[in-house]
Design a protein around this ligand. Structure first.
Ligand SMILES: Nc1nc2c(c(=O)[nH]1)N[C@H]1C(S)=C(S)[C@@H](COP(=O)(O)OP(=O)(O)OC[C@H]3O[C@@H](n4cnc5c(=O)[nH]c(N)nc54)[C@H](O)[C@@H]3O)O[C@H]1N2
Ligand SMILES: Nc1nc2c(c(=O)[nH]1)N[C@H]1C(S)=C(S)[C@@H](COP(=O)(O)OP(=O)(O)OC[C@H]3O[C@@H](n4cnc5c(=O)[nH]c(N)nc54)[C@H](O)[C@@H]3O)O[C@H]1N2
Ligand SMILES: [Mo]
Length: 784
């Protein structure tokens, strides 16, 4: 086999991987990356490690027909390994049974999750395409990342530009911004990642350049470390979830002092009069002035006064992180920030205005490619049912129930089968104890996975899939002009197969082979997608090398057709020729559409609505006096490679690190490195204490990503042992408008953990046997 060095792309970077005699032995950042992420090293020791799913596996209890026990799907249940033939026969028969008995809407396959980079072997694309060939599935809309923004922004700005793309590019900010106010900060940590793959990490340099060029950078966050690395940043701490109040007060100062831009508001916006009456307190008797906001946020009134004046005095860029809208009434900080930016009148000017998520990933602020990358076509879903993605446990728990969503009334179908490929709901969903309960409802859960994650362990049927290192693929990533030929570097682990191959075999069993594959194998699909990319690129004036040369070279750097862009620049220049896609064609500071929904939790203009769970809720805070933030982890992407060396190195006492202010720790007798218990009425987990003064007192931070590790029999009941914050977070929608996640509105208590500390077992693979251990099972369910 010898040695091979190849380039591959992961969501967190492009790497040179080296294999020797079939073993992965080296992972080094691609030399063109100015600021590479260390996360890539996690692949060493894991891709060919003991936590890989080696063979198709079926939960023993499911094979025995034991679906009725309330806790039948558990992490400590043994699995029976079967042949691919047997597994695929069973999956096909089960899909067929559920479809013919209950209809395709009984299959839930939102299958949310990041899976891996690579255009062709994109797990969601594959599972959705396959299921569409057999009549469809109940799907999901929106994301956990920015669901509330995906709904509110089109109402107000007519699109999700400046959230998911088409931001004002860094060059304009570097050159023109004099004040950058970042709500939720600009943590370097999150810019390691870009969905679809990163090549050049450029956010740090851009922020450094902006500051070197005279910009003042203000991090508005409960956390001082939400700042870029090595860039001078002022810290404006505030109470979590109070940003809307502070922004409204900034608006109040602008209006009171006549610093707002009347001409901009008149020409480009609608509804200023209504929102003005609200801000001044004319409509509800409460002026949203700095004194009012100070009580809610802890930011003193004079600071708000001064900041508002500074904003009006010079070119000001408002940056709002995605995290702010993953909270109760998460629509409001976004709508209010736009209102504030409209009052400042700099929207559409380079280096001014507003943008969302400038440090939430590496993508924001980088120019678009000017054309669309092709992806695996998903076909048409014949099932009309869908849910906003974060209502997944509600869906499973309330068949036939109905709920409000963005002006509509939706009904939950009756789900009998769940299919997941490329996501980890036992990582991403809120209130995991509730999910464990909801997950018992469907008759069958099928998961395609690389590793024995909690989701795999809570499945009935687990099909082992390849990692990107074990297959050929294409890295085409938005806003990235490096394209990479992701060539197979090592053989598939044990019996792992590509998602595509699995679905092709299922399609063959269900009679839709041709519709699914269109007669192409994986490598032919890759060529086909490349051909489409060439067409799209050429139409935009961008040249791409012919496939053979690209594949031979391993990568290509494309010339950018777009290099600089200002969000709403064209609208500002000519609002009649370039109206927004809102009902008025303008920025809607008041929305008659939203007003017409009559939602008390989301009125017709930006407004302060008290979060259900925050430090301002005195009754709840008496019992649970600490606000828990659960940000993205610095050392991994979500739960991926939590078992890798990079993530493990940051664990404290083997668990996820809980950042706690020194005062709060001292009051509880907690010392640095101690095992602590974090709890509220929904759940409890263990974590490793890290004492800091980078958080304001009353706030703790526990990053996401620790593999869900509920207590095993004999251990303290209900205790999660590894530090997964989602046993604590509430499973409630932001509002009736967007129904999106609210993980950042969580109150907890923290105490020293006394007693015997139970071991972390998340990284012990489950027990597996083979069919010979199941007497009397052969012959049932088509087993052979
Ligand atoms: N408390 C709290 N919770 C949160 C958040 C938060 O801020 N706080 N953030 C939320 C956000 S923004 C997000 S995006 C979600 C992320 O949630 P997820 O995207 O579900 O998390 P990942 O760990 O990336 O899960 C991807 C899974 O896909 C598997 N996988 C990788 N490649 C392949 C493949 O080729 N095929 C198949 N079949 N599987 C593959 C990986 O092994 C992994 O288990 O979490 C959400 N949850
Ligand atoms: N390394 C790494 N990078 C990632 C990811 C990862 O898993 N690992 N995940 C990626 C994904 S899928 C997404 S969606 C993005 C998410 O990007 P973001 O949503 O921007 O990221 P978070 O880390 O959740 O939050 C950023 C900061 O917001 C602060 N914050 C929380 N609540 C409040 C509040 O009420 N007010 C204010 N002012 N600040 C608050 C927290 O202190 C937190 O550190 O990150 C992406 N980048
Ligand atoms: Mo996300």
């Amino acid at each position: 086999m010898g040695t091979a060095t190849l380039l591959t792309t992961m969501h967190w970077g492009t790497y040179e991987v080296r294999a020797e005699n079939g073993r992965l032995v080296g992972v080094e950042p691609w030399s063109g990356d100015p600021d590479p992420s260390p996360i890539g090293r996690s692949m060493l020791g894991t891709v060919q490690g003991e936590l890989r799913v080696a063979r198709p596996a079926i939960r023993r209890g499911w094979l025995e027909g034991n679906r009725s026990s309330p806790a039948s799907r558990r992490v400590d249940e043994p699995f029976v390994e079967v042949s691919w033939e047997t597994a695929l026969d069973i999956v096909a028969a089960e899909l067929q049974r559920v479809r013919s008995t209950h209809g395709n809407s009984a299959v839930y396959a939102g299958s949310y999750g990041w899976a891996s980079a690579g255009r062709f072997h994109h797990a969601q694309g594959q599972v959705h395409r396959f299921l569409n060939t057999i009549g469809g599935y109940t799907g999901s809309v929106l994301s956990y990342s920015y669901g509330a923004a995906e709904i509110i922004l089109p109402h107000v700005l007519g699109s999700t530009d400046a959230l998911t793309g088409n931001h004002t590019t860094w060059d304009g900010i570097e050159e023109h911004a004099k004040l950058i106010v970042a709500f939720g900060g600009l943590p370097w940590r999150n810019t390691q990642v870009q969905g679809g793959g990163s090549a050049r990490h450029e956010a740090s340099a851009a922020l450094r350049n902006a500051v070197a060029n005279g910009a003042r950078l203000v991090n508005v966050s409960p956390v001082r470390d939400d700042a870029p690395r090595g860039v001078e940043t002022e810290w404006l701490p505030l109470r979590p979830n109070s940003d809307t109040a502070v922004m409204l007060a900034l608006c109040h100062v602008l209006i009171r002092e006549g610093l707002h831009d009347e001409a901009f508001l008149a020409r480009y916006c609608t509804g200023f009069e209504t929102v003005r009456a609200y801000i001044l307190g004319q409509s509800d008797g409460q002026p949203k002035d700095p004194a009012w906001a100070a009580k809610l946020s802890g930011v003193d009134a004079a600071t708000i006064d001064a900041l508002a004046r500074d904003m009006a005095a010079d070119r000001t860029m408002l940056m709002v992180s995605w995290s702010l809208q993953r909270a109760d009434h998460g629509e409001q900080p976004y709508w209010t920030a736009i209102t504030l930016a409209a009052l400042l009148g700099q929207i559409g000017l380079p280096g001014g205005g507003i943008g969302f998520g400038y440090s939430s990933t590496n993508g924001a602020g980088r120019p678009e490619m000017g054309f669309r990358w092709p992806s695996v076509p998903q076909g048409k879903n014949a099932v009309a049912h869908f849910i906003p993605v974060a209502r997944m446990a509600d869906l499973l728990l309330n068949p036939g129930g109905s709920f409000d969503f963005n002006g509509a009334r939706l009904t939950y179908p009756d789900i009998r089968l769940v299919y997941w490929a490329g996501g980890n709901p036992f990582h991403h969903h809120q209130d995991l104890n509730r999910l464990v309960e909801a997950w018992q409802r469907p008759e069958t859960v099928i998961v395609n996975e690389q590793f024995w994650t909690a989701t795999a362990r809570h499945a009935d049927i687990v099909l082992p899939v390849t990692t990107p290192l074990e297959r050929n693929d294409l890295a085409f990533s938005n806003r990235e002009n490096l394209i990479v030929a992701m060539k197979q570097a090592i053989e598939p682990f044990q019996q792992a197969r590509d998602d595509f191959a699995i679905f092709a075999d299922l399609a063959a069993r269900l009679g839709t082979s041709e519709a699914f594959t269109e007669g192409r194998g994986a490598d032919e699909w890759i060529r086909h997608l490349y051909g489409q990319a060439v067409e799209n690129a050429n139409a935009a004036g961008v040249e791409m090398p012919p496939f053979e040369r690209f594949w031979q070279d391993g990568h290509a750097d494309l010339a950018r057709s777009v290099t600089s862009q200002t969000f709403l620049g064209a609208f500002r220049a000519d609002p009649e020729r370039h109206p927004l896609a809102t009902p008025s064609g303008r920025i809607e500071l008041f929305s008659a559409t939203i007003e017409s929904f009559s939602y008390d939790d989301c009125p017709g203009h930006a407004a302060w609505r008290e979060p259900r769970e925050w430090l301002g809720n005195e009754n709840l805070a008496e019992q649970f006096p600490l606000h828990l933030l659960s940000p993205q982890p610095a050392d991994k992407l979500h739960s991926q490679y939590d078992h890798g060396s990079v993530s493990r190195a940051s664990k404290v006492a083997g668990r996820a690190p809980l950042l706690i202010n020194r005062e709060d720790a001292a009051a509880r007798g907690i010392v640095d490195g101690a095992v602590v218990k974090v709890f509220n009425e929904r759940g409890s987990c263990l974590a490793g204490a890290v004492l800091t003064d980078s958080l304001i007192p009353g706030v703790v931070q526990l990053p996401t990503g620790a593999w869900f590790d509920p207590a095993r029999p004999g251990e303290p009941e209900g205790l999660e042992k590894h530090g997964n914050p989602n046993v604590l977070t509430p499973d409630r929608g932001t509002s009736r408008l967007a129904q999106s996640p609210t993980c950042n509105s969580t109150l907890v208590q923290v105490s020293r953990f006394t007693g015997t500390v139970p071991p972390v077992t998340a990284f012990d693979p489950p027990a597996t046997t083979d069919l010979s251990d199941l007497p009397g099972m052969s012959g049932r369910k088509g087993l052979s």
